[in-house]
Design a protein around this ligand. Sequence first.
Ligand code: ADP
Ligand code: MG
Length: 281
Amino acid sequence: MVNLAMPASDPIIFETHERRTDPVGEAEETPLSFEIRNLSIWYGEKRAIDGVNLDIPSNAVTSIIGPSGCGKSTFLRSLNRMHELVPRTRLEGTVLLLGKNLYASEVDPAIVRRRVGMVFQKSNPFPTMSIGENVIIGLRLNGVRDRKYLNERLEKSLRMSALWDEVKDDLHKPRTSLSGGQQQRLCIARALAVEPEVILMDEPCSALDPIATAKIEELIHELKKQYTIVIVTHNMQQAGRVSDYTAFFYLGRLIEFGQTSKIFSNPSQKQTEDYITGRFG
Ligand code: ADP
Ligand code: MG
């Protein structure tokens, strides 16, 4: 069982590597959350990710864009070992989180998934559970029983996900009483409750209307002060609005990575330009 009172990095003995801090060749040093080296991922015989090298800066939003089937979700899920839940997957290469290899043999995937939280496209709160229970389920599954601590995390997570004022009097109600946008913020609250360091989001707004989408985008902007965020989106306007850095994937390969403003105004690669100008995808 995971002891949540311990600092996140303490219980895990990782292999350490020399760290780099310059993801896009800028002069200033940018701290990195992830350093991904020669990453390839297969489903059975099919290679979905092919030799990806990428540095993901801390306390910033990085968006992953590219046409459907190019490997965005697979790549994202490899950042918290979620892809391993699919049978017959195989991974080569390394994924370092704060300099430590998530795939080292002694690392417990359950701890990785606590440090690196995930929010999916379809809001997936547990339908029969109350709003409050939906937020603290991760803590409960980790064996936390202390009521006072659970209540503190509940309120804090709902405040951080900009939902507290809307639901504080309805915590016992089923989550199905919430709108789609509120349910998606509830999923973000649930991810925050276990105090992760990184939040991964896979098309978190694709089922939401523009107003609910704007709220999530505002929230992402707030959250990056404390968290590293990696978001998959097929909405390029959204990538432009929310992200500091953008990675363009095509056919399982990373074609280009850089500051979002540069990728969208002056990409280096023709494939990137063709994609962002709508010539394919
Ligand atoms: P994206 O999120 O960019 O649409 P995915 O990461 O979902 O792309 O998929 C990348 C490739 O891997 C696709 O060719 C897809 O068909 C394949 N793939 C994804 N999930 C599975 C799976 N569970 N089993 C087999 N192949 C898969
Ligand atoms: Mg996907």
